[in-house]
Design a protein around this ligand. Structure first.
Ligand SMILES: NC(=O)c1ccc[n+]([C@@H]2O[C@H](COP(=O)([O-])OP(=O)(O)OC[C@H]3O[C@@H](n4cnc5c(N)ncnc54)[C@H](O)[C@@H]3O)[C@@H](O)[C@H]2O)c1
Length: 331
């Protein structure tokens, strides 16, 4: 019943590993530490290596009799994917193809995949349901959609079942301050704003203040990382209970604007932010919010942290903790 977690030393994967630990699930983590940290792994055995390494992955699957793979390992920075698309297709698509082949050969039963709202591109209404057309507008989104397609086709001809989770905008950190979002190069808004609060960035940029939204800035569906992590444990129970392969949005189904997020960070930190308005970035939709009822009905997912202040406050607590403990960033 061992679970292989790829990318489990990263932001989201480490929160899932910690939650799996509370249920004493046997876990092996495979991470090459390109953006992850050994200090983030609070449960299970960390193996430093790459998902493209056929020999290593096959060995781990057989040695630990892995029945479930949770696949987080990926490159995740959208502008970088535009500048260097082959890096993204190489890691997110080709290395994942290798992982899937190893899983097929080892008879892995269940596969949970970290996909993204980026597969939707620019949905006309700003609200994306799982049935909305997929039309990614950057190599990152395309590289993840390719994995969705590989999974669909592989599971059609093998006994393997999958749950694809399409995450919306992830934020926050473990509320007990045990782990958080550590990679300094991350581009997620709540992380960037908290880095600014603690003095790691000179300002926070708003890309586009002239959208057709209530305050002119982009609107997104921000979800707390602990709720997102919990959806993975729900997916595991679902698959073990005989659930069919499925694709689910994971968001709260409501949006906040960039200005609302920044004023919430300012409020919880007790200090004003230096905000710089820049022009729109190509390919950013005005609004991108999940239609998010299916994950509740199919998995029984019940979020506990649907609160922007909690997302901002837990993120800030971790950013302050990192300042005092630079050793957490040792590789
Ligand atoms: N953070 C978000 O808002 C968000 C939104 C949608 C989807 N996702 C997806 O969630 C997953 C996790 O994202 P994250 O924010 O935790 O990113 P992250 O960079 O913190 O975690 C990724 C982890 O994978 C590892 N890794 C990368 N390539 C690897 C490889 N080839 N072999 C082994 N390890 C490798 C990294 O070292 C890192 O620990 C990704 O698949 C990402 O596409 C994230």
């Amino acid at each position: 019943m061992t679970i292989l977690v790829t990318g489990g030393a990263g932001y989201i994967g480490s929160h899932v590993v910690r939650q799996l630990g509370t249920f004493n699930e046997p876990v092996v983590i495979l991470d090459n530490l390109c953006t992850g940290y050994p200090s983030a792994v609070l449960h299970g055995q960390l193996v430093i290596g790459d998902t493209s390494n056929t020999e290593l992955v096959s060995h781990l699957l057989r040695e630990h009799q892995v029945t479930t793979v949770m696949h987080f390992a990926a490159h995740t920075i959208v502008p970088e994917s535009v500048a260097d698309p082959l890096k993204y297709y190489g890691n997110n698509t080709c290395a994942t193809r290798n992982l899937l082949q190893c899983c097929r050969d080892a008879g892995v039963k269940h596969f949970v995949f970290s996909s993204t709202a980026a597969v939707y591109g620019l949905p006309a209404s700003g609200v994306a349901s799982e049935d909305s057309p997929t039309a990614p507008i950057n190599p990152y989104g395309s590289s993840k959609l390719m994995t969705e397609i590989m999974l669909r086709d592989l599971c059609a001809v093998t006994p393997m079942k999958h749950v694809i989770l399409r995450y919306f905008n992830v934020g926050g950190s473990n509320p007990d301050g045990l782990i958080g979002h550590s990679a300094p190069t991350a581009t997620l808004l709540t992380k960037v704003a908290c880095q600014h609060v603690v003095g790691k960035r000179p300002d926070v940029k708003i890309f586009g203040a002239d959208y057709n939204t209530p305050d002119g800035t982009g609107v997104r569906d921000y979800i707390h990382v602990e709720d997102l992590a919990a959806a993975h444990l729900d997916a595991l129970r679902y698959l073990r209970g005989g659930g069919e392969s499925t694709t689910l949005n994971v968001g709260y189904g409501r949006g906040f604007s960039v200005r609302e997020v920044l004023s919430t960070v300012a409020k919880v930190s007790g200090q004003p932010l230096k905000i710089v308005e820049e022009s729109r970035r190509a390919g950013d939709p005005a609004t991108l919010v999940a239609k998010a009822d299916r994950v509740r009905s199919v998995l029984g997912w019940q979020p506990k942290f649907d609160n922007l202040e909690v997302i901002a406050a837990t993120q800030l607590t971790w950013e302050r903790h990192l300042l005092k403990h630079p050793e957490l960033l040792q590789k």
